[in-house]
Design a protein around this ligand. Structure first.
Ligand code: UDP
Length: 413
């Protein structure tokens, strides 16, 4: 956990934003809040929970974070759910749902006392979702927080999961068009970044230079970077294709850096595919990073002329926010939550193909002033919309809504 206090954020977001949070939280002092996800390291959800829990506690709530555990067989099933939610046709057999429900039941034996006693339980994504069915004596409100792009889910997977999440008191999605037909209130809350974390805080130029040197990356050629788990939805192969399209016209280097997440069993296979695709090109750097390489990622983002996030599906894309906060022009896939952040030609560029990405890279590298202007607008946009204080405020408001009869109001409507 980062262990920071809210007061430290005043210098970034202003004292009014912080006092507004304290005012809202006064009505929730002592509330028991539990967040549950499926990994402590790797991926955007863990990134958020690392700051959210300490800050909720700093506001006087009694917040904690639990992680469901399981064997590979369970994470293979939940990765299939994830892929299915994002629209891929995947297998879904009875033995898969049995593995899923059985593993969650084992976790429920450990977590039940805490969860049944909580005032608010936030369950992140499908991995722990079945816990609700196993906590019959719950007294609090349970909220399903869905992070991936579920706008066009594979029906078979969604029909199974919908029966589980329909029992929640509310759900939260990152964008309006991810919302689903569910019999409860649905909230739209976009994710955010922690500007003071190791991932995002300012770094000395020296540290940035040293990081490039550590990986043998030249400081004299523009660096193009995509930071991501090795996941097909992030389209690392498409990024390499875009880079190959540039080769004769632009002198640059490509860095694809990422590690795994403990709840993502497909990472190694995708990493091997990426190595194969980059083979023989000494301008491409494929970096497999440990899960705590936050400063390294920070430095790589800062060293970049352009950051790429060419996802084919994306719930939000914290890597986009991180790069924009560092004043970088981002070229992102024209999908999901990336579209919330990149307003084409203003805060970055949206692309639909490797050719589109190559075009924008070439264009930007020829116009350093334009890169700077876009980066500046992008940073301002993140400051106004995607920093953690806004995110925290929306979570507090959601909880307060329940305290003040949200459900009754909904029924009346
Ligand atoms: N990340 C990381 N190490 C890696 C790859 C990614 O710390 O090797 C971080 C990245 O900086 C970002 C988060 O994990 O904060 C990824 O969140 P995003 O929303 O971009 O994608 P997700 O992995 O959740 O699909």
């Amino acid at each position: 956990m980062n262990g920071k206090s809210l007061a430290q954020y005043e210098e970034v977001v202003g004292s009014v934003a912080v006092s507004q949070l304290r005012q809202l939280a006064d009505n929730l002092v002592g509330a028991k809040v539990v967040h549950v996800n499926s990994t402590k390291e790797g991926g955007g959800v863990a990134e958020i929970l690392h700051w959210l829990i300490p800050l909720m506690n700093d506001l006087g709530l009694d917040a904690s974070w639990e992680v469901v555990e399981g064997h590979n067989s369970y994470f293979n099933v939940t990765k299939s759910f994830h892929n299915g939610l994002q629209g891929n046709p995947v297998a879904l057999t009875e033995s898969m749902t049995e593995t899923y429900e059985q593993t969650v039941a084992e976790n429920a034996d450990r977590l039940r006392p805490l969860l049944e006693d909580a005032d608010y339980v936030f369950i992140h994504d499908p991995q722990p979702a079945f816990l609700l069915n196993l906590c019959g004596n719950r007294r609090g409100k349970w909220i399903w927080r869905c992070h991936p792009d579920v706008s066009h889910p594979y029906r078979k997977v969604w029909n199974y999961l919908k029966k589980i999440v329909a029992n929640y008191d509310a759900s939260v999605f990152s964008m309006p068009h991810f919302a689903q037909s569910l019999p409860h209130a649905q909230f739209i809350i976009a994710p955010s970044i922690d500007p003071l974390s190791e991932k995002n805080r300012d770094l000395r130029a020296r540290e940035v230079e040293n990081t490039l040197a550590r990986f043998g990356i030249s400081p004299d050629l523009p660096v193009l970077t995509q930071i991501s788990r090795f996941d097909r939805f992030k389209d690392p192969i498409g990024v390499i294709e875009a880079f190959n399209l540039l080769n004769s016209t632009v002198d640059a280097q490509l860095v694809l850096a990422g590690g795994g997440a403990t709840d993502d069993p497909e990472g190694e296979a995708v990493y091997q595919e990426v190595l194969q695709a980059a083979k023989g090109n000494d301008r491409i750097f494929i970096l497999q990073l440990p899960s705590d390489a936050h400063r390294t990622i920070n430095a790589l983002q800062r060293a970049s002329a352009i950051v790429i996030q060419k996802s084919l599906q994306e719930g939000f894309g914290l890597t986009v926010t991180e790069a924009m906060w560092k004043g970088k022009p981002v070229i992102g896939g024209n999908v999901g939550g990336i579209r919330l952040q990149i307003h084409n030609h203003h805060t970055g560029f949206l692309v639909d193909s490797p050719e589109g990405a190559a075009l924008r890279i070439r264009e930007l590298l020829r116009k350093p002033e334009r890169m700077k202007a876009i980066g500046k607008t992008a940073r301002r946009f993140v400051r106004d919309n995607f920093l953690l204080t806004r995110h925290l405020r929306e979570y507090l408001t959601l909880m307060l809504g329940f305290r003040h009869g949200l459900e009754n109001d909904l029924i009346r409507v």
